[in-house]
Design a protein around this ligand. Structure first.
Ligand code: AMP
Length: 506
């Protein structure tokens, strides 16, 4: 039996004397060298007892070696489990306890802190630093540089990625070989990736965007990656002239727009700019086009489903929308048990070969969100227009119900973002003694502007029904965001929780 993911992504690299990864320091890793790295790391993992089905948890800085651990785990039929490098010891303790990996690879600087908890769950600890040093590579050095991959069927697990868990405990999303490969194949075709592409890769590789969307597509199509440790503006600007495509979160684009070096001249040769993981403001899309002539292609997806919709490669890329369902992926927009009419708001449900296998050891959570007939309830609220373009209006859990009326934060945010002096905004619902919830706005001012929150609210009043108008607003320096650029509304709700219901004095 073959090994679906390994055979398509990693095995073809063997013997290819061409660049695969261009590093920030000017170094180049050839395809063949990367294949041999994968083989040697697989040998090291095998030496540590890893067999098919075992989890290999990894919390390390982005590096060629870190990406090679993904290939090595795949080769062994093991389950790759990358963890956000920002996770603290108690968070890592939860993941290790929940996933019980055979091996946990961490930064040497954190080994003293994390090794005891990993050992207590029976995981062997290996270390890997950003520069490739540590016990993993020391062991890999002795291993053979060729391998015979383990057999894996399409439904076998390739990875577990934990959701960010803004409400309650993080859930381990089980992704099969077929889930990952089907999505990479569809996207590669749709976005016309070929072996002539050089992808500017500045995303983290512990998340679906950088690990699967970006790396899998590039590996699948025989392309090259400019593999940067993170989004460093100078490095990105320096790399753009050599790239054909870039994938980013919206903050990449807003930061580039603030940079005088971003000109038509710098990026005119580029084939494609893609954005996802968080909403790209229509204003950002339009400003990027005005400054560079490039129309950013926005797509939408999530850890559980891989990518779901995309604006077209050929055809109209509509600012503020996430485009149409990918080929082979079914999308429906539901409210009260039925599909909504065109233009009405409902929850997006998705079905297809991209949809995950369930949450690791959480059968009841799986049942709540993944229906028996294969439809996954995303929890994202959206509309679809007559031409099939989907527009996300927020998360269902962020929906505000004030005095019995539904308010979609995005609609209010879009109005606020139009007010002169407002750079961006986040609209949330806060507990209110009369209304149950009250609409509340958190505003960020443009550089050098003194923003009066009351005046901003007055400015949007003529265009919005009264129940949608925020009852209060504050101005803050910036919005709390996670590494993928998502605004952390739960954090804002916690911060301002007592705004309308101050604790009783005494
Ligand atoms: P994650 O599982 O971390 O990738 O988060 C998935 C969530 O990110 C989705 O459920 C959406 O709420 C959000 N998301 C991803 N892409 C977009 C997009 N293009 N526009 C708006 N929200 C997005």
């Amino acid at each position: 039996m073959p090994n679906l993911l390994f055979d398509t992504l990693f095995a073809p690299l063997s013997g290819q004397d061409r660049p695969l990864l261009h590093l920030a320091d000017g170094g180049v890793v050839t395809a063949d060298a990367f294949y041999r790295l994968v083989a040697r790391i697989a040998g090291a993992l095998q030496g540590a007892g890893v067999v098919a089905g075992d989890r290999v948890a990894v919390q390390v800085a982005k590096s060629p070696e870190a990406l090679a651990v993904y290939g090595a785990a795949t080769a062994l039929g093991a389950v790759f489990l990358p963890l956000n490098t920002a996770y603290t010891q108690p968070e890592v303790a939860y993941f290790i306890g929940n996933a019980t990996p055979r091996v946990f690879v961490c930064d040497p600087g954190r080994a003293a802190e994390l090794a005891p908890l990993a050992s207590s769950h029976g995981a062997q600890v290996l270390t890997l630093a950003a520069d490739g040093s540590g016990s993993l590579m020391a062991r890999a050095g002795d291993a053979p540089d060729h391998l015979a991959p383990a057999d894996c069927g399409p439904q076998d697990l390739a990875a577990i990625l934990y959701t960010s868990g803004t409400t309650g405990r993080s859930k381990g999303t089980m992704l099969s070989h077929a889930n990952l490969l089907s999505n990479a194949e569809v996207l590669a075709r749709l976005w016309q990736f070929t072996d002539r592409d050089v992808l500017l890769h500045a995303l983290p590789i512990f998340h679906t965007h950088g690990l699967f969307v970006a790396s899998n597509i590039s590996l699948l199509t025989g392309g090259q990656m400019i593999f940067l440790p993170g989004f460093d503006q100078d490095q990105v600007v320096a790399a753009l002239p050599r790239a054909t495509a870039m994938m980013g979160v919206p903050t990449f684009y807003t930061r580039l727009l603030d940079d005088l070096r971003l000109t038509r001249n710098l990026v005119g040769h580029m084939r494609l700019f893609i954005s996802g993981s968080a909403p790209l403001l229509a204003e950002t899309h339009l400003a990027f086009e005005a400054q560079t002539g490039q129309r950013i292609l926005e797509r939408y997806g999530m850890t559980e489903t891989n990518m779901i919709t995309s604006n077209p490669y050929v055809g109209a890329r509509r600012a503020g929308t996430v485009g149409m369902p990918l080929p082979g992926v079914e999308v429906r927009i539901m409210a009260e048990g039925a599909e909504v009419a065109t233009g009405e708001v409902g929850v997006i449900e998705v079905r297809g070969p991209n949809v995950f296998q369930g949450y690791w050891q959480m059968p009841e959570k799986t049942r709540e969100e993944l229906r028996d007939d294969g439809w996954f309830i995303t929890g994202d609220l959206a509309t679809r227009d007559a031409e099939g373009y989907v527009t996300i209006v927020g998360r269902a859990k962020d929906l505000i119900i004030t005095g019995g009326y539904n308010v979609y934060p995005k609609e209010v945010e879009m109005a606020l973002d139009e007010v002169p002096g407002v750079l961006e905004s986040a609209v949330i619902g806060l507990p209110h003694p009369d209304f149950g919830e009250a609409v509340f706005a958190v505003l960020v001012a443009r550089k050098g502007v003194t923003l009066d929150p009351g005046a901003a609210l007055a400015a949007i009043a003529p265009g919005l029904a009264r129940f949608k108008q925020p009852k209060a607003a504050v101005v803050t320096d910036d919005l709390p965001r996670n590494t993928m650029g998502k605004v952390q509304k739960a954090a804002l709700r916690a911060q301002y929780a007592a705004w309308f219901t101050p604790p009783a004095a005494g």
